[in-house]
Design a protein around this ligand. Structure first.
Ligand code: ZN
Length: 308
């Protein structure tokens, strides 16, 4: 049996058909065109599904279900996208509209939750019942899998860990509050921390870089630059301090890191593991989760949506 996964993004809609091993057998990507009414976007989404099915030599009747992974606040019970600012969608019943066209069950999930589910069914956390995926990007996203299922909470609102508190009255966050984890552990925050270090240490390699990105501090640290090493060490502590809260609250089997910064691999993972192991409650041996990089990258959206 096949399933259809739709990764709805602000820029592109990626549609894939997966087989029962969650391998993508056909895919299609179209521009979202989010400035248009939602009905038009969903019509294009449906057209892309039909093209992907045709490519695979299948019809909707060969598929058990369809899933949509959407940014923003999504209600998995009603299948309604409540608020997605980058799509300009408010209360859009995307599941009902796709069900009317294709006649198969359609499920909805938040994109960060879909990415976590994808890692469990086909990625770095296969077989895990309790895991957390943290995405370190422009913001900090999170998806929590509990007993094999997405932890959704009331109206799908759970898993916004980027906005848990790290520092009372700390740095301003995009959400309007101060001191959120995201304001310290996102790529945006790392760039700010790197810029500050460059200003404070004019002798550093950081001060000679034209455009500071999320990689700058890692690259300079690898060349032995002291100021860069300090930035990386401090950033790892910011990430790890939040992860330690996850360990204390949920005791997951595994924590995966995704997003651009996770590509730094062991340079980031090793200090994080050390911090979590020495700071989590009780520090009991065997109670510390495996901490690793996510595996699926861009495919996670399609696979996770199909797994809904
Ligand atoms: Zn916030």
């Amino acid at each position: 049996m096949y399933r259809i996964g739709i990764d709805l993004g602000g820029t592109n809609i990626a549609v894939g058909v997966v087989n029962d091993r969650y391998e993508i057998v056909a895919r299609r990507s179209v521009p979202t065109g989010a400035e248009r009414p939602a009905e038009e976007v969903i019509r294009d989404m449906g057209d892309a599904v039909e093209e992907a099915l045709r490519q695979a030599g299948l019809t909707a009747a060969d598929c058990a279900s369809m899933g949509v992974g959407s940014p923003g606040a999504c209600d998995p019970q009603t299948g309604v996208v409540k608020r997605a600012y980058n799509l300009n969608w408010f209360d859009v019943p995307v599941c009902r509209m796709l069900h009317q066209r294709f006649g198969i069950p359609v499920r909805l999930g938040n994109d960060a939750n879909c990415a976590a589910l994808a890692e469990v069914v086909a990625g770095a956390a296969v077989g895990c019942q309790d895991m957390v995926l943290i995405t370190l990007g422009t913001g900090v996203g999170s998806g929590i899998i509990s007993r094999g299922k997405i932890l959704s909470g009331l109206r799908g609102g759970a898993g916004e860990a980027g906005h848990m508190l790290l520092v009372l009255d700390g740095e301003p966050c995009t959400c309007g509050r101060r001191g959120c984890w995201e304001a310290y552990a996102s790529a945006t925050a790392l760039i700010r921390q790197t810029r500050q270090a460059a200003l404070a240490h004019p002798e550093s390699l950081l001060a000679q870089v034209e455009e500071i990105t999320g990689r700058t501090a890692f690259d300079a640290a690898q060349q032995g630059d002291a100021a860069a090493k300090a930035v990386v060490a401090q950033y790892a502590v910011y990430v790890a301090a939040g992860l330690t809260d996850f360990v204390n609250i949920l005791a997951p089997e595994m924590i995966l890191l995704g997003g651009g910064i996770s590509r730094q691999g062991e340079a980031l993972l090793a200090p994080i593991r050390e911090y979590v192991a020495t700071h989590c409650f009780g520090q009991r041996e065997g109670a510390i989760p495996t901490i690793a990089a996510a595996k699926l990258g861009n495919e996670a959206g399609i696979i996770g949506a199909a797994a809904l």
